[in-house]
Design a protein around this ligand. Sequence first.
Ligand code: HEC
Length: 218
Amino acid sequence: MSLIGNWMQAIRTKTVAFITIILAVAVTAISCSSGSDANVQQAAGISPELVADYVHTVMAADRTAYTKHVVNRAKKLEGKDKEDGVLEIEATEGWQQTDGIPLPAQMFRLGAEISNESGYFTYNLISPWYINDAHAPKSDFEKTAMDAVIETGEPYKEYQEVAGQQYFSALYPDKAVAEACVTCHNTHPVHLERYPDKVFKMDDVMGGVIINIPLTET
Ligand code: HEC
């Protein structure tokens, strides 16, 4: 082959290689951008189960933080002195009458009452051994879900229809994670009167947090 011929051949090879690189870059760019579209779609269509898990995580964290960093620092809990208390306050069910601060379950209910007014979704603490009547399992769905959670100790998640509206509902177990849960409930006058035979032990399911998320037609 002539010198010119060799030179032309080299240019052709380089051009083909160059075009190949351009195509590869273009294909990568297209597939990446369609990939991010898919991510956006996924974010828009987030599953109700994940939403329930998210909001439950926040609720549980707030309740634990209030218990650990506020109630535990009070010098008194329902009339009894606490060793680790540093503040001259009492956490008590009768907080409104005695200038005390609410118990964690009451704080949780106060938040739920405000949040439920928003109309986005509802949540509530429920238990078959309720001290406060507002916590009684009401619908058949709540009773079935509560039985399942007591039986398994695991969350119960299911779709349900109420008055023509579809909901995704999840009930998360509320367990006796501290000795105080057990002693306070077992000795509470309302508990003793209503459920004299029910004696909570550590790690028992004492109730659950129900979250109801309304679903829109798609
Ligand atoms: C000092 C007493 C006290 C302690 C400690 C306590 N509770 Fe309660 N709990 C109550 C009272 C009082 C209510 C009712 C609150 C209301 O009026 O909303 C309640 C409500 C509840 C409910 C809703 C059903 C019901 O009885 O109305 C559950 C479930 C519950 N508590 C679980 C727990 C768990 C789990 C713990 C420990 C992490 C705990 N409680 C610690 C006093 C206590």
